[in-house]
Design a protein around this ligand. Structure first.
Ligand code: ADP
Length: 176
């Protein structure tokens, strides 16, 4: 599914984040930036050791923020490492932290002149955020950013599996 937001495109696809040809892909990182499972493991496996080396030098990233490295051997030139919240029932500011992880990722993209960005569904794997609650936050945050920042031409959400894709599609239809 694809929609136009201001001058930009917002796209939902089912697929694997590591295979995207956008200028940047976003990693669902943890605060150590030293690798993990899920998206993080897949990105470091596909991108090679250079990304981890750069992450080590950065030294970490608190929840809600993002840091940028090169893309190593990936098609994408950059990896933006975003740290989402661990879901603890929804009363610990998780929604705001999740929104800010998306916003800070896009701000880094703008700052580096990156015009196309692919996101996974941050926090909805190991971090336990229910996808039907996370999807509208992710989409609304990106839509608001694109309205104000036409320099980002494309944001693609890459959803892992059909049910994740459907959750995002439902959420996007609800926001239009
Ligand atoms: P977090 O720790 O932020 O929850 P995870 O990597 O555990 O991050 O999961 C985030 C989401 O990404 C989950 O919905 C998971 O199914 C999905 N996912 C896992 N591997 C990939 C991949 N290669 N490409 C895209 N999405 C993926």
């Amino acid at each position: 599914m694809q929609v136009t937001i201001g001058k930009s495109k917002l796209e939902l696809v089912q697929g694997d984040i590591t295979q995207q040809d956008t200028e940047a892909i976003v990693n669902a990182a943890n605060p150590s930036l030293l690798g993990g499972g899920g998206v993080d493991g897949a990105i470091h496996r596909a991108g090679g050791p250079q990304i981890l080396e750069e992450c080590r030098k950065i030294g970490g990233c608190p929840p809600g923020e993002a840091r940028i490295t090169s893309g190593g051997k990936l098609k994408a030139k950059y990896v933006i490492h975003a740290v989402g919240p661990i879901y603890r029932g929804g009363t610990q500011g998780e929604a705001e932290t999740l929104a800010s992880a998306y916003r800070n990722s896009l701000e880094l993209a703008s700052k580096h002149g990156i015009k196309s960005v692919a996101f996974p569904s941050l926090s909805t794997g190991a971090y336990g955020y229910p996808i039907e609650l996370a999807a509208p936050i992710a989409l609304k945050t990106v839509m608001d950013y694109l309205q104000a920042h036409p320099e980002i031409e494309l944001v693609r959400f890459v959803l892992f599996g059909h049910s994740a894709y459907e959750a995002y599609e439902r959420a996007l239809k609800g926001l239009l």
